[in-house]
Design a protein around this ligand. Structure first.
Ligand SMILES: [Zn+2]
Length: 321
């Protein structure tokens, strides 16, 4: 309990300070956090704060460009308070062991043009551009009667959509933007799983006729899997652990298939490019392991999650080669 008490005292003094100084920046402090109450979880790495504001002129206090991105008086105050707490903790003498904490499960990133996680938005944009570039390459270089072309085009579209939703989610984290990001990311992982055996076993070919039946069955299986996945998360239970496990499992199966395919092609042809799919897979696994490290953001900006998004740019460019 002593730890909780000191935490509470720190917070109480910080909000006292906010109250005293709110007149110095009317834009930020014109709302009155008079009934601000702080509830905290007792975990070491996360502090949750819930603000309740008695506010006469709610939205006029928040700058127009922030309001366009749906920042309200409470969410704006919450943001400002996080940074006041963080700045105080960082500059404390003697230094604290863990000065930067997560708030509502996120690191306190500085906002840029109202974007909550500017680096993740930027790196998602890089991925989006890689897919857009890839799409124009596919259209330019692969003749339209090549049977696998439509699968490459679909791959680009799924990729572009998933990175658009990623940008939206990292710009503003709401329930709906988070769900869309997860569903789109799930779709792109599952599309990878769908496409892999089609490419490896050439299920797109008409002979022997069993391939067409297999392709139909496989398409139906994947569509059903996706529908079941979305339904479970939407109507049953929003489950982070299950979602992560489902994505890792779908990713692992396709990685194994690609690695095996790479190995066999390399054995046959002894050409270095035959090993590329296997190397791309190794890279993605390396980047994915970044997701598991959750360190405080470097220079206050770059955290493990944004690095994971940066890490997928190169394999995407590589894939289109
Ligand atoms: Zn993300």
């Amino acid at each position: 309990m002593p730890r909780l008490e000191t935490d509470y005292q720190t917070f109480a003094s910080v909000f006292q300070w906010v109250l005293e100084h709110r007149s110095t920046d009317p834009m930020t402090y014109s709302c009155r956090p008079a009934s601000m109450k702080i509830a905290k979880t007792a975990t070491r790495s996360s502090v949750r704060s819930f603000g309740k504001h008695d506010c006469g002129q709610e939205l006029t206090a928040v700058a127009i460009h922030l309001r366009l991105l749906l920042w309200t008086c409470p969410s704006n105050c919450d943001y400002v308070c996080q940074h006041i707490v963080t700045d105080r903790r960082v500059s404390r003498d003697p230094p604290m062991l863990q000065p930067v904490l997560q708030y509502h499960g996120k690191w306190p990133f500085p906002r840029f043009l109202g974007m909550q996680e500017p680096c993740s938005v930027l790196f998602s944009l890089f991925n989006l551009l890689a897919h857009r570039d890839g799409l124009s390459k596919v259209r330019e270089k692969i003749s339209s009667d090549y049977p696998l072309r439509k699968y490459y085009v679909a791959f680009s579209y799924v990729g572009i959509a998933s990175w658009v939703f990623s940008m939206v989610f990292h710009t503003r984290d709401f329930d709906v933007t988070e769900k869309l990001d997860y569903f789109a990311a799930g779709a792109s992982v599952l599309y990878g799983l769908y496409y892999t055996p089609i490419r490896i076993f050439r299920l797109d070919r008409e002979r022997p006729p069993v391939k067409a039946t297999l392709l139909r069955l496989w398409t139906l299986t994947c569509v059903s899997l996706y529908a079941a996945h979305i339904s479970y998360l939407t109507f049953w239970h929003w489950d982070y652990v299950y979602n992560m496990a489902a994505n890792v499992a779908a990713g692992a199966v396709q990685n194994l298939m690609w690695s095996g395919f790479s190995y066999r092609t390399y054995q046959k042809l002894k050409k270095p490019w035959a090993a590329w799919p296997g190397m791309i897979v190794a890279w993605i696994i390396l980047a994915m392991s970044l997701e598991l490290l959750d360190f405080p953001p470097l220079w206050g900006l770059v955290d493990a999650h944004s690095l994971w998004h940066l890490g997928t740019v190169v394999p995407t460019i590589w894939w289109y080669k």
